[in-house]
Design a protein around this ligand. Structure first.
Ligand code: PEP
Ligand code: MG
Length: 687
């Protein structure tokens, strides 16, 4: 028997046409020819099309090919030649698109508005398959050189990524790449890989994988959270080395033209690696309206459609694509008619409201109610918008975005610098810094939790890891010396959480005082985003200086719907009467106590929802900066008494569908010029 590892190189994978070719070639020989996936599982008879298709081998899949019989050498040679030639169609995807591909459409959820026509850039999220090959003694030196070249290439890539991350996402996001660069110089990693190659006479890929896995498992046993988190950095570097060894071009790092990033799932940290100059849109299989990736996409003004289920599998790098985040669809291989339609729509589209800069001066409704509009920010690329769009201060700074990698802490001084910058940017309007909202979607390096959304998240994480919280609090208090700064406590469940957090803040204040270090006073507020906080809002209001209503989580927890799970997206209904009633109750509790209540969830960014929030009693909203002008324009043209009347009727409704129907009908009747039908919530199931 003879054997060999072959790799599927064609972008389309081992699809039907290629499988047919393979079967024709293998059948010319007498020998038995078999293929099995190197990563285990399926094995196929190369003379059966069905059997070959069952391998589900896409680009990059490694297969173990064997031939046994009288003409085994020739059979294996013929089969491997077919693989290395990419079945004669490896360059197919580079041809223009209109060469027989039928247009295909997927429907998802448009989470950041806009329309983009560009090419697909797939971004892997999975692990590469790694094969083991024996290297002859005489070839070892060459294998070592190949490995060192891959390390140098990885290093060059990282320097470029780091530089870009620093410019677009801030120094703290970029710092993680320093750690990666150091790992590439680390004798333990690099030396062990080289030793493994020489001693075991194996290929570099295999050595990288084995040594990497050993190091990762060592790290996973470390008790210290910070150190344990370095395990994920090793994983990243190992992946990068495997990619550079494979000779594949780096993922979206070498972009020369506008692309749409297509991925199964895009974690917030992956945003740090996007080339924002060329990444024009995002399309992902998972995610929801309030996932943090969606929030960042909106903040950066990149159109995004999420929840596309199996789109990633079907798209290929280089395919032409339309991302229509207004309608929540993506179109692969658009037909000439579709392209023409989008081009004419683009020409006819009025200037987007987000492009209209705001006027100065306080915002008032027609009946004279003053409304304050603040900005939510996460990364430096959004900062310019705070001034440009006329925000009245920063209502929510999601500080966990400072931590560009899961659970990797930033020092007190680095945090201080970041908070001081935020305070300066916010000016007289002040900045409200939220203590790290870690856990849940922003998972940490620790043990995975069975139910992260209900686990050690947000303030619970801070109270459990007091060191982390105290460091952050000190940095914020120091930044408050030169600016107006507030602290908001994420996801408090009740007054106990507030009391414990406030005690820590007061102790740190006293510590700074006794050390004679410069610092300022901060007001402490509570995020109201879980039902228990709503139900005890009166009591919480007595122990804080302000409320922030996080409607994203309020919807998630009130309706028990995972905000990032597209399978239940249908149940994520911001206009559910239970949600509206929770908002109204919380606003009323704040008003009774005479404290401000800022609504800072995504609802506030959408004009129709903002009107409803005003109707429920809100006068202070915080949103992505680019939404401020359009929300401002709409609110300045409504009478809050009309909004109140409609909101009261909504509170009487029995279901989300009824509210959606009521909002559509009453807004269209009352404000036909302000709200075209396309700007109003869809009615999903009015009954
Ligand atoms: C919210 O939950 O509405 C909120 C503002 O916070 P985040 O989206 O960061 O959870
Ligand atoms: Mg929240």
């Amino acid at each position: 028997m003879v054997e060999r590892i072959v790799t599927v190189v064609g972008d389309l994978g081992l699809h039907a046409r290629a499988a047919a070719k393979l079967v024709r070639v293998a059948s010319r020989f007498q020998s038995n020819v078999r293929l099995s996936r190197v990563d285990g599982g399926t094995s196929a008879n190369a003379k059966s099309v069905l059997s070959v298709l069952m391998l589900a081998a896409n680009r990059g899949t490694e297969l173990h090919a064997t031939a046994e019989g009288a003409d085994e050498e020739e059979a294996l040679q013929a089969v491997s030649t077919l693989f290395s030639a990419g079945f004669g169609e490896a360059r197919e995807v580079e041809k223009p698109v209109h060469t027989g591909h039928a247009e295909m459409r997927w429907t998802g959820l448009g989470v950041s508005e806009g329309v983009v026509i560009a090419r697909v850039m797939r971004m892997h999220t999975g692990t590469k398959y790694v094969y083991r090959a024996r290297i002859e003694e005489g070839e070892l030196e060459r294998e070592l050189r190949r490995f060192r070249a891959a390390v140098r290439l990885a290093r060059r890539q990282l320097l470029i990524i780091k530089d870009r991350a620093e410019r677009q996402l801030g120094r703290d996001h970029a710092a993680v790449f320093d750690a990666h660069l150091l790992l590439l110089e680390d004798v333990k990693l690099i030396g062990d890989v080289e030793n493994y190659i020489s001693k075991r006479q194996v290929n570099a890929e295999w050595a990288v994988k084995v040594v990497g896995d050993q190091l990762i498992s060592l790290y996973s046993e470390i008790k210290d959270d910070y150190l344990r988190a370095r395990g994920s950095d090793i994983e990243d570097v190992v992946q990068r080395l495997l990619v550079t060894l494979s000779g594949e071009p780096p993922q979206p790092r070498k972009l020369r033209e506008s692309v749409v990033i297509v991925s199964q799932e895009l974690l917030p940290s992956a945003v740090a690696e996007l080339d924002l100059e060329f990444a024009r849109a995002i399309a992902t299989d998972t995610g929801g309206w309030t996932s943090h990736t969606a929030i960042i996409a909106r903040g950066l003004g990149i159109p995004a459609v999420v929840g596309l289920r199996d789109f990633y599998r079907r798209a290929r790098t280089g395919d032409e694509i339309v991302v229509d985040a207004i309608r929540g669809i993506v179109i692969l291989h658009p037909s000439p008619a579709t392209l023409a339609q989008y081009e004419s729509e683009a020409a006819a589209r009025p200037v987007r409201p987000t492009e209209v800069r705001s006027q100065d001066g306080p915002l008032r409704t027609l009946d004279g109610i003053e409304i304050r509009l603040r900005a939510n920010v996460e990364v430096p690329a959004e900062f310019a918008g705070v001034r440009n769009f006329g925000a009245s201060g920063i209502g929510l700074y999601r500080s966990e975005f400072l931590l560009s990698r899961r659970g990797v802490m930033v020092s007190e001084d680095e945090q201080y610098a970041a908070y001081a910058e935020i305070a300066k940017l916010a000016g007289d309007g002040g900045a409200i810094i939220r203590l790290f909202d870690l856990g849940g979607e922003n998972a940490l390096g620790g043990e995975p939790e069975r139910n992260p959304a209900l686990g050690l998240r947000a303030i619970r994480f801070g109270l459990q890891h007091e060191d982390v919280m105290r460091t952050q609090v000190r940095a914020i208090l120091r930044a408050a010396a030169d600016g107006h700064v507030g602290i908001v406590l994420p996801m408090v469940a009740d007054v106990d959480d507030v009391r414990r957090a406030k005690a820590i803040i007061q102790e740190e204040q006293a510590n700074l005082e006794s050390l004679g270090l410069r610092h300022g006073r901060v007001e402490v507020g509570a995020m109201i985003e879980v039902p228990s906080a709503v139900l005890s809002a009166d009591k919480i209001a007595r122990s804080v200086k302000f409320f922030e209503l996080g409607t994203n989580d309020l919807v998630q927890y009130t309706l028990a719907v995972d905000r990032g799970n597209d399978a239940v997206a249908h149940w994520f209904r911001s206009l559910h009467p239970a949600v509206l009633s929770s908002i109204a109750q919380s606003l009323a509790a704040a008003q009774r106590e005479g404290i401000p209540a800022i609504v800072c969830g995504e609802m506030a960014s959408t004009p129709a929802y903002a009107v409803l929030l005003i109707g429920l009693g809100a006068v202070d909203l915080s949103m992505i900066p680019s939404s401020i002008p359009r929300v401002r324009r709409v609110l300045s043209k409504i009478d809050s008494r009309d909004a109140r009347g409609i909101a009261q009727q909504c509170l009487e409704c029995a279901s989300a569908g009824e509210v959606e129907d009521l909002v559509r009908k009453s807004f269209l009747a009352r404000w036909p010029d302000l709200f075209p039908a396309s700007a109003l919530p869809e009615v999903i199931d009015a009954n």
